[in-house]
Design a protein around this ligand. Sequence first.
Ligand code: ZN
Length: 125
Amino acid sequence: MSSNKGARWCAAPNCSNNSRTNTDFSFFRFPKDHNRAKEWVISCRREDLINKTSSYLYANCKICSVHFEEQMFLNFLKNRLKPGAVPTLFDIPNPPNRKTVKRKAPTIRSNSIKIKKQKTTVEVK
Ligand SMILES: [Zn+2]
């Protein structure tokens, strides 16, 4: 019905970012490499995509920059990913383990990760 060709929708669950309305975000294609593409699929819990080929994923699916930790980016603008980058920040009940293990403050409960707003430090009053 609606042809969304041209628009780039984020493949992450509960993420409605797309390149038409969210120009602040970068959108990253799934890796061409089969194993890494699978890693992304598993990471974002898109089980419906698990049987797709990496070339299908590469051509059709993208993940926006809010799902990547800071250290996954090559640059400050966050439009380049490091070669082994995997998205780990998702608004889902059982998010994947983060690649970055923060050693300080192990008691912090991060049940609700604020990923909707990029680079915004939310101070709850
Ligand atoms: Zn997204």
